[in-house]
Design a protein around this ligand. Structure first.
Ligand SMILES: Cc1ncc(COP(=O)(O)O)c(C=O)c1O
Length: 328
């Protein structure tokens, strides 16, 4: 089956466990966490799931080189570099901004993992991928482009499969989940979760917290998600009409802009770390966790409901925000 056609890169299923101390602090709710920070692959994270399908596709197409793009602290780029090392592929990363004097966090790891890094100034969403591909192909490489965030239907299959994994895990652990909170940015994770929920009949409300308020090369995240879903429904044989109005993104927590860490993210990191001993990242998961805490504090969810926070990883970028995170 389509979902089995993947290159093994991680450790699955990732654990689900209760957030016991935080549940005591919010007695109206039962809180759980799914630990995609523990997927392995050079520090873990949600991109491991997407890369299993993308790397397999690159190999199926006899490619010897992968190109992708992101911010300097991109978890996606760090994990792509690791996946390429494992699969024996050359890796080229187009990273926004100018080359810093000292490499830190994910940028340092991408470098250590052997990626060839190109700094692309204002562009951080893959604007230069096609032209670099043309250049490299002239030199004789067979190139495979992974779009920004790994967000196309091939990558999103990782999260279709993740919902299958979740469904069986919830049955086995005898847990019912009412809501899933997670960080949504380039949209592939969310698209995969929507398709997976319909394919595997998972009756859960998704609460995707939007991370990046900017569009991706002229297209809104909602549009990108809808496009991926429409590509997916064909290959997964899902008979449902999806429309833009069905794609929800919670845009209440993205005002500071992508990568700008505020007191809210810092407090969210501190809250999870000091109560549960779990580290989240400043850019994605802290923004999403803050969104979830805000929903709990304002009692925006059904009382007595069971809530899952999907930890999508990303902790290495914390080392790039040391100045903001050191508590006084
Ligand atoms: C740690 C982390 N969480 C969540 C996301 C969002 O995933 P997606 O881009 O599929 O929406 C990313 C994307 O880079 C990420 O690195």
């Amino acid at each position: 089956m389509l979902l089995n056609n993947k290159y093994d890169l991680g450790f699955f299923p990732t654990p689900i466990h209760a957030l016991s101390k935080l549940s005591l602090k919010h007695p109206d709710f039962n809180l759980f966490i799914k630990r995609d920070d523990l997927t392995g692959l050079a520090g873990g994270g949600n991109k491991t799931r997407k890369l299993e399908y993308l790397v397999q596709d690159a190999l199926n197409n006899n490619c010897d080189l992968i190109l992708t793009a992101g911010a300097q602290q991109s978890n996606h780029c760090r994990q792509t570099a690791a996946a390429c090392s494992i699969a024996g592929l050359e890796c080229h990363l187009l990273l926004g901004g100018a080359e810093p004097e000292i490499y830190e966090g994910n940028l340092l790891l991408s470098y250590i993992l052997g990626a060839k890094i190109h700094f692309t100034g204002e562009d951080r969403k893959g604007e230069g991928l096609e032209s670099l591909k043309t250049k490299l192909e002239k030199k004789g490489n067979r190139c495979y482009i992974i779009p920004y965030g790994g967000s196309n239907i091939t990558g999103a299959l990782g999260f279709v499969n993740a919902i299958k994994e979740l469904k069986y895990q919830l049955i086995k652990q005898n847990i019912n989940i009412d809501y899933i909170f997670f960080a949504s940015s380039s949209g592939g994770t969310q698209a995969g979760m929507i398709l997976g929920s319909d394919l595997f009949d998972l009756d859960v409300e998704l609460y995707p917290i939007n991370i990046d308020k900017e569009e991706n090369m002229g297209s809104s995240t909602e549009n990108n998600i809808l496009n991926i879903i429409n590509d997916g429904k064909k290959i997964l044989n899902i008979k449902k009409d999806y429309q833009l109005k069905d794609i929800s993104l919670i845009r209440d927590y993205d005002k500071a802009g992508y990568g700008n860490v505020t007191e809210e993210e810092i407090n969210a990191i501190k809250e999870l770390a000091t109560n549960e001993g779990i580290i989240i990242d400043p850019v994605y998961t802290a923004r999403a966790f803050n969104g979830m805490l805000d929903h709990l504090n304002k009692k925006k969810l059904k009382p007595k409901s069971n809530i899952l926070f999907w930890h999508t990883g990303g902790f290495p970028s914390i080392f790039n925000y040391a100045d903001k995170l050191k508590y006084k």
